[in-house]
Design a protein around this ligand. Structure first.
Ligand SMILES: *Cc1c(COP(=O)(O)O)cnc(C)c1O
Length: 518
């Protein structure tokens, strides 16, 4: 089933399985399917659906050439005993931000093993990836010709991932010791929290490599995209039966599992009788690479009644400016903030949104992306901007506003949030609810204990040089508890100490690929 093609050209198509395996399309575009939205999920029946039940239906719809059995197995493996909440992504009623307005809820996405929302997708992606391994021609059913390959049985995958802080650990946790797979993670030196860095550098597993890079996340992500486009490197690796792929949200297999929690949130609200089936709700999403909020757009296309999707940025407010003006301009200073996972100036997944909202206009998308690459700026047609604005709105929070939001949310509602979630909270306090919305839902993307220093400072606590002292101070003040895996980092010894220049990443990947067992 050839259902996917690049955002930049529809001439070459492939199966969803192949799209997951490759990550990025060969022309540098992102894989999209034109059948998105043709089949809807039954909203009236949502109340009775469990998370895993929804996951099976939604993943099957979006990745149509996996079998129902394969998807069921992936869902079971990914979501049995891997999250500390029975709902996986529980919803918490925060309270009313303003009188006579729809109440605010928090969709807690951080109950997985690495305490950020990336766990939801990165528990799933390795299982989906494992089921893309080509098998010898004689055992393949005739209807899957792209699965045939003569050198197939031993082909291995090297996952190459740039991280702004949270993807790295979640991907390492998902892929560590996965058979036939290696993983290489690059994070920007000095631009992630101490806890995030330790999470990555202490990772166990024989197939993992972690390195800091001198530069920003954008530099690292661009270098990784260049590595995928390096045909000579690909040839050398192919000679050793290794292919490269991505665990970033440019991979459709990363995006699809994130669609599920939008539906699961809605189902929980119906069960709690906070809304009736069919009521409109709005989501506000702390945004960096535009993956999480794009999953919300996919949910809307699948029939979820979403009145608006609100992009919340930090001081790196390129998206808020884009939504205000229609001009995407990355030529601006980069700021390292207390919400490092959103310190991004090139939001890769915006490309998919532009594709869909321009009515599948590959030429336009290719042209805009070329302008972004060469000039660092592009402007979209007015009618496209109008269409985008009918669904998306946006705002951003300065560092002072983030700190104020953490404190305000805690003092008014007794609810502790991390600096990323605080951007969403701030933007919601600044924007009126859509008239039709019955609930305002902010996505809580990380545990506050991943950023204990910023949180302690926002709460006015003594800020120690030691992040683990900050954790204790936050716990004592709020009566909450640090996730065990984070507190235990205090006594773990880092395994990785590498720092690379941006132009060395290709060589580093090649070396890491060689450590994969043949
Ligand atoms: C990755 C991340 C984000 C940004 O999500 P995108 O999908 O890149 O927009 C926000 N908050 C946290 C905590 C994250 O880890």
């Amino acid at each position: 089933m050839a259902s996917y093609h690049s955002t930049r050209s529809s001439s070459h198509t492939c199966s969803s399985r192949e799209a997951v395996r490759q990550g990025l399309a060969p022309d540098g575009g992102l894989y999209v399917s034109d059948s998105l939205g043709q089949t809807k999920i039954d909203v009236k029946g949502l109340a009775n659906r469990s998370y895993t039940d929804l996951a099976r239906e939604i993943i099957a719809l979006l990745l149509p050439d996996y079998t129902a059995d394969e998807i069921a197995a992936c869902v079971d493996e990914a979501y049995t005993n891997t999250f500390s909440s029975p709902e996986l992504t529980p919803i918490h009623r925060v309270g009313e931000l303003a009188d006579s307005e729809a109440p605010l809820y928090s969709l807690e996405l951080f109950h997985g093993s690495t305490s950020a929302f990336k766990d939801v997708a990165l528990q799933m992606l390795p299982r989906l990836m494992a089921r893309t391994t080509p098998v010898p021609a004689k055992t393949v059913p005739g209807d899957m010709p792209e699965q045939r390959s003569s050198e197939a049985p031993t082909e291995r995958i090297m996952i190459v991932t740039a991280t702004s802080g949270d993807t790295g650990k979640a991907a390492l946790a998902g892929f560590a010791d996965a058979p036939g797979t290696g993983i290489c993670v690059f994070y920007p030196e000095g631009k992630v929290s101490r806890v995030q860095e330790l999470q990555m550098t202490t990772q166990q597993g024989s197939n993992v490599a972690v390195s800091a890079v001198r530069g920003t996340f954008d530099d690292a992500q661009s270098a990784v995209k260049a590595i995928f486009a390096d045909t000579e490197l690909a040839e050398r690796l192919r000679a050793e039966n290794i292919v490269l792929s991505s665990a970033n949200s440019i991979n459709i297999g990363r995006l699809v599992p994130q669609v599920v929690y939008y539906f699961a949130a809605y189902a929980q609200l119906v069960r709690a009788e906070a809304i009736k089936p069919g009521d409109a709700v709005e989501f506000c999403v702390p945004t960096g690479n535009f993956g999480d909020i794009l999953a919300g757009y996919y949910a809307r296309e699948l029939g979820l009644p979403i009145s608006q999707l609100i992009v919340a940025s930090d001081r790196n407010n390129v998206l808020a400016d884009f939504l205000a003006t229609g001009t995407y301009d990355r030529r601006r200073p980069f700021f390292t903030t207390s919400s490092p996972s959103m310190d991004i100036l090139i939001s890769s997944n915006l490309e998919r949104m532009l594709y869909y909202l321009s009515d599948n206009n590959c030429e336009l998308v290719a042209d805009l992306m070329a302008k972004l690459q060469h000039d660092g700026v592009y402007a979209i047609p007015e009618e496209l901007l109008v269409k985008i604005r009918s669904i998306f709105s946006g705002g951003w929070a300065s560092e002072e506003e983030v700190a104020h939001a953490i404190r305000d949310c805690y003092e008014r509602f007794g609810y502790l949030i991390d600096p990323h979630t605080a951007c969403a909270y701030h933007v919601l306090t600044q924007t009126q609810a859509n008239q039709s919305s019955r609930a305002r839902i902010m996505l809580a993307t990380a545990s506050p204990y991943k950023f204990p220093r910023a949180v302690a400072a926002a709460l006015g606590l003594h800020v120690s040089e030691d992040d683990f002292e900050c954790m204790k101070a936050v716990a004592a003040k709020t009566g909450t508890e640090a996730p065990k895996a984070l507190a235990e980092l205090a006594t773990e010894t880092p395994r990785f100490h590498d720092v690379q220049d941006i132009d060395q990443l290709g060589a580093y990947v090649e070396q890491a690929a060689r450590m994969l067992d043949a």
